[in-house]
Design a protein around this ligand. Sequence first.
Ligand code: BES
Ligand code: MN
Ligand code: MN
Length: 456
Amino acid sequence: MTSIKTLIDVNRDRILEELFELIRIPSVSAKEENKPDMLQAARLIKTFLMKAGADKAELFPTAGNPVVYGEKLISEKLPTVLVYGHYDVQPAEPFELWETPPFEPVIRDGKIWGRGADDDKGQLFMHIKAFELMNNTGALPCNVKFMIEGEEETGSASLEKFCRDNKKMLSADVILISDTTMISADTPSITSGLRGLSYLQAELTGPSRDLHSGLYGGAVVNPCNILCQMIASLKDADNHITIPGFYNDVIECSSDEREEMAKRPYDREKFMKSVGVTALDGEKGYSDTERIGIRPTLDINGIWGGFTGEVTKTILPSKAYAKISMRLVPDQNAEKIAKLFEDHFLSIAPAGVKVKVEYLHGGEAYVSPLDTPEYQAASSAIQESFGIRPIPVRSGGSIPIVATFEKVLGIKSILMGFGLESDAIHSPNENYPLFNFFKGIETIPLYYKYYARLKG
Ligand code: BES
Ligand code: MN
Ligand code: MN
């Protein structure tokens, strides 16, 4: 029987052309104008699944974008792997910063360039191709189910209901996800945790209309000024968040865990350089990796109001806005944190401004145990394909639906991601190295092999 590696080589060009077809569809879930593209992307994935050897694949309509579900069930005696991924992508703006257009994928410098090249079209496509190649080599040792959604980048609003409504269809032993990063090919890693998220929008209203800033300024409260002051007060000099009760449910990591984390290779200079800064700042008492991996934080994602056009306009604005996200850790609850924020924000608002806080979306953090067959299979698979035992890393990113999977379906997830931090996901010039893409296709069948072995 031909090996998977040989089949990857033989089918290399076709595999890339198929992925490019998917990347060319601008399936931006945040934009109403891309509605038809969402359907098109979902249909293409369904076609790919059928061609790869699924017994069936279907589009499930939801209140938002369709979920693609496919399966191949070979034996009740074998374990079942449920693959999750998302076909929606982040908006590509600002277009002018892309070296080549975001929805016209190309290969340059050994990388695939385009929106979704990594997050998550490239990564989910590895699973479809691994599935295809396992079928073609007669090497599929588990039952497989696919659940590919189109709303991850906007908060997976329809997926919880989809899970509740289709619990039986989705029953599985493990959920396997490639939608995260690893440190590098020399230091492969598995994501052992994700942060939660609580995303809010604040709106401040001062005077009932924009006023002349000379005739009124100094005497009338300015919502832009006030918003800045209020936001600035949300962190103290040690960068602790000042919202009362914010840390109440936080599970502190043990010193053993922190010692283990500190062994992870990390180059501060290189990290600063990679993001273009000359200094870093964060919560006192914690290292950079801890600040990102195991501590909650609060960031303004955008802030606006008043006049932002060219040249000048002398006004005292009526409105000021901010989009604010809080990254959460176990056991913080997203809605509870949103409520604490709202109560606190209303309480610190001075007289003369009206404050409105709206909870947009969120979800809880996730931690993966390391001593399970589900995790060990991933560890062995990567060890075999990369030649190095991977280390677990708590990621700062979020895939809020992962905690929901555990809550609703009772299934744990394994985050076996093959992206790199340098892939510029959500940024201009998103890319995915060909090495990682093909290594992923090679590693996934090994996961199935070890998982079937460990469960058998
Ligand atoms: N795939 C990312 C999350 C990710 C990337 C986790 C790299 C760990 C490492 C996912 O598509 C994403 O962007 N999630 C959003 C949250 C979502 C609700 C918009 C995030 O983390 O900001
Ligand atoms: Mn993603
Ligand atoms: Mn994303």
